[in-house]
Each structure stands twice: as C-alpha cells, then as structure tokens.
Design a protein around this ligand. Structure first.
Ligand SMILES: CC(=O)N[C@H]1[C@@H](OP(=O)(O)OP(=O)(O)OC[C@H]2O[C@@H](n3ccc(=O)[nH]c3=O)[C@H](O)[C@@H]2O)O[C@H](CO)[C@@H](O)[C@@H]1O
Ligand SMILES: C=C(OP(=O)(O)O)C(=O)O
Length: 426
C-alpha cells in the first residue's frame, strides 16, 4: 500500500492547478444514464472515485471513451464521452457500490429511465452511518415502490415516476441530486423543498438543462422540475473543485506560504474565505484564480453547515491549519456524527486538541512534530498532509488510497510549490 513521506517546514510558494470537482463529476457521470444520446463531460479530475463510478456505469451499459487533454503546464484533465443507447443492467451490485457511496446516485436515473432499479445499500463509512432514507422517501413520493431485500434497494415504478412535492426534513446533497435526475424524466411537476444549494447541485442542474430538462430554482432551497419525455446529449465542463481549492489554501496558510490557485473560484467558497480572512490569511481573487498568503494565523471559531455555510469537507483541513495558529479555535461539526477521526492522528503530531461531543477545542502551537500517522478517510488524510507540511521533521502518512479518492497528484502539486514530499510505493 502506498505511503506519503513529508519533511515539514518549507513555506509553500508558487502556483498550483485546481482540478474539476469530484463531487460535481460523480452525479454528472450518473446523468449519462438518463439519455440514449451522447453526454461529453470535460474537466474531469484524475481520481480513483471517477474510475470506480466509470466501472459501475459500464456495467449498466454505458459506452465510455476517454480523452486526455493538456490544460496548462504539466496539468492534464480528462473528458469522458458517454453514451447509453440502452441500460443493459438495472442492478448496481454490492461489490461496486461498496467502494463508493456516491454509486447510489445511479438509482434515480435508472429508475426514471427503466421503471425499475436494484441498487446495493452503500453501508456505513468512517465519517458516519450515512443512511439513504431521504433518497428512498423521495423516490416513493414520486410513486416508486421500494423494498429492501438482502442488502439491496429494490425500486419499481412500472408506469413511470410521477412528479410531486418532496419536502426534505434536512438538507441532503445526494438526495437532492438523485431526485433532480429522477424528476427530470417524471411525468408532471416535482418540487424539491429544503433542497441542497451546493454549487455541485447547481452544476448538475445546468448540465441537465443543457440535456433538455426543465428546471427552475437550482441554487435556492426550492427546485421546480417539469418532467420531459426524453433528454438529449450535451457537452458540459465540470466546475472547479472548491474543496481542493480550500484544501490547498489551508496548506499554504499552515506553512505561512504564498500560493496562487489556478482555476479556483473564490465566489464558490465565500464562507471559507471569510473564515480564512478572520484567521489573518490574505485571500485575493486574481485573473487566473485566487492567491492565498499568510504570515501569522490566529484562532477562529468554525461551524460546519450546508452551503452556503462552512463545508464539512474542509473541517479537517481547517483544523490542521488552526492547530498551527496563535490562540484557540472551537470547531463544531454539525453534518456528520463521526467526522473527527483525524483528531487522534493530529494529536500524535503534537496538536493540542480536545474533543467535547461534536466540538473540538484546538489550541494552536508552532511546535507540531512529524510522526507516523494513519489516514482514516479522504479529508482526514489530507489534513495530516497539511499538518505534516507545517511540522518539524518527517511524517509518514499511511493508507494513502483514501487520499487518491479525492486529490489528483497531490505530491506533484505540493512538490511544485516547494514541499519536501514523496510517494513511497508498495
Ligand atoms: C459525493 C458527494 O457529493 N459527497 C458529498 C455529499 O455527500 P452526501 O450526499 O452523502 O451527503 P448528504 O448531504 O446527503 O448528508 C448530509 C447528512 O444527511 C444524512 N443523510 C443523508 C441522506 C439520507 O438519505 N439520510 C441521511 O440521514 C447524512 O448521514 C449526513 O449526516 O455531501 C456531503 C455534505 O456536504 C459531503 O460531505 C460529501 O463530500
Ligand atoms: C465524504 C466525501 O466523499 P463521499 O461522499 O464520496 O464519501 C468527501 O468528498 O469528502
């Protein structure tokens, strides 16, 4: 299993390219199931999760060809040209779904197009139990009959889905996306109330609209979808990854560096920029993206919330950065019940963090020390990389496969900005 070795202490400086967003790309790829015409997705990141979903889609009958495109110095992105003349299997098997929760996003499109779908329940993961009840209740509201059988969701709507009002009791990104795709091909109007407003949901809505879907209100908490009989092909570029942007901004700040994030869109992470600014980090929009510079960092309180609030996917990275600040910070996680798996590992590096239920008290210090640490989930892994960049001495991060789910060429991008970092294969 690969590991990453980092010798900390170098200030990051230079420029670093931001890839297409994983969390936008995954639902967009699932949308290829909604049409028998060709969907071309551009600016896909080179990530393990993208390959995992591609394998699942091929199994459902999607024909997929890949183009690799150079988009700047040493930086490449991928385009997938996908077509699904016919869905050849309506079953998403456990072996493929268990590798990645986002696989459940094939439920809405397959059910809408075929009138039936059998999708393995994804199961829990390190950050929480993550049930899919809101996805299922939403499909039921559109007339689907749902049964759970042997670990699978068996959904049937032989006469097709019928639009209706779906009121989410709390915000779910995945359930909003699944319902958006299902409702695009349902009969009549669907209203999604208390819908997720994340930029990735908006990106999906834009792509569906380019495919002929009738959608109003994406980016607000009420989305109206007027179902159509069929969707057609489209070409759609995936938005820049706001979580990768925030991650490298925090890495730059933790090393008191000065880095330009090429292709970043600061308007998608306003809450993050506000918190970084409060912490004393300078963030400026530039022609090419966003520049981040820090000399000193002070403690700041952070609470994760659905968009437009501070994203849970940047909580661990913010904690690593604040572990190097002057002063204390209170970090509260409200989205996932178990998203503090990085705390014991950061503590092994000398971070002073105390957990009190869903809050962590972080007392900053400039004395983090390298250690051997274990990555537990995607964002926890990269938080250890950030702490290691700021720490004295050598850190080895084990179980790097988590990192490869969400960060492309992390070691190359950081090394190009002066980090002493290498991947140890094996
Ligand atoms: C591929 C992708 O885009 N993943 C993101 C997506 O995950 P995902 O779409 O899985 O996250 P949700 O927004 O659905 O989850 C929010 C909360 O709702 C709960 N819940 C969700 C659905 C449901 O049916 N029942 C239920 O109880 C979850 O356990 C969690 O506590 O949004 C999360 C919240 O911004 C991010 O951390 C993930 O990176
Ligand atoms: C939790 C994440 O992803 P997923 O929902 O695919 O597990 C993430 O991107 O931080």
């Amino acid at each position: 299993m690969d590991r990453i070795r980092i010798t900390g202490g170098n200030r990051l400086s230079g420029s670093l390219p931001i890839a297409g967003a994983k969390n936008a790309a995954l639902p967009l790829m699932a949308a290829a199931l909604l049409t028998d015409e060709t969907l071309e997705l551009q600016n896909l990141p080179l990530l393990a999760d993208i390959d995992t979903l591609a394998n699942l889609l091929v199994q459902h009958g999607v024909t997929l060809t890949m183009k690799s495109v150079g988009v700047g110095e040493g930086h490449r992105s991928r385009s997938f040209v996908m077509s699904t003349p016919e869905i050849t299997s309506t079953v998403a098997p456990y072996d493929l779904v268990r590798k990645m929760r986002a696989s459940v996003l094939v439920l809405g499109p397959i059910l809408a197009r075929c009138g039936e779908a059998k999708v393995s329940l994804p199961g829990g993961c390190a950050i929480g139990t993550r049930p899919v009840d809101l996805h299922l209740k939403g499909m039921q509201a559109l007339g689907a009959e749902i049964e759970l059988d042997g670990g699978y969701v068996v959904a049937r709507a032989p006469k097709g889905l019928i639009g209706d009002e779906v009121v989410f009791p709390f915000v779910s990104v995945g359930a909003t996306e699944n319902l958006l795709m299902a409702a695009a091909l349902a009969k009549g109007e669907t209203r999604l109330v208390n819908a997720a407003r994340e930029p990735e949901v908006v990106d999906l809505a834009h792509c569906l609209m380019a495919m002929g879907a009738k959608i109003e209100g994406a980016g607000t908490d009420v989305i109206k979808i007027q179902g159509v009989d069929r969707l057609h092909g489209a070409v759609h570029p995936v938005i820049a990854d706001r979580i990768e942007t925030g991650t490298y901004a925090m890495a730059a700040a933790a090393t008191r560096g000065d880095v330009e994030l090429i292709g970043a869109r600061p308007e998608m992470i306003k809450s993050v920029v506000e918190h970084l600014t409060l912490a004393g980090v300078t963030v400026e929009k530039t022609d090419a993206g966003m520049r981040v510079k820090a000399d000193e960092i002070r403690g700041v309180d952070v609470m994760t919330e659905p968009f437009p609030g501070f994203p849970t996917d940047l909580q661990a990275q913010m904690m690593a950065m604040l572990a190097t600040a002057d002063g204390a910070s209170m970090i509260t996680e409200t989205i996932f019940e178990n998203r503090f798996m990085h705390v014991p590992e950061l503590t092994r590096m000398g971070a002073n963090i105390n957990l009190h239920g869903r809050s962590a008290m972080v007392r900053g210090s400039r004395d983090l020390k390298g250690a051997e640490v274990m990555a537990t989930d995607l964002r926890a892994s990269v938080s250890l990389v950030i702490a290691a960049l700021a720490a004295k001495g050598e850190t080895v991060v084990n179980r790097v496969y988590h990192l490869d789910r969400g960060y492309e060429r992390v070691e190359d991008k950081l090394a190009a900005c002066g980090a002493d970092i290498e991947r140890i294969s094996g």
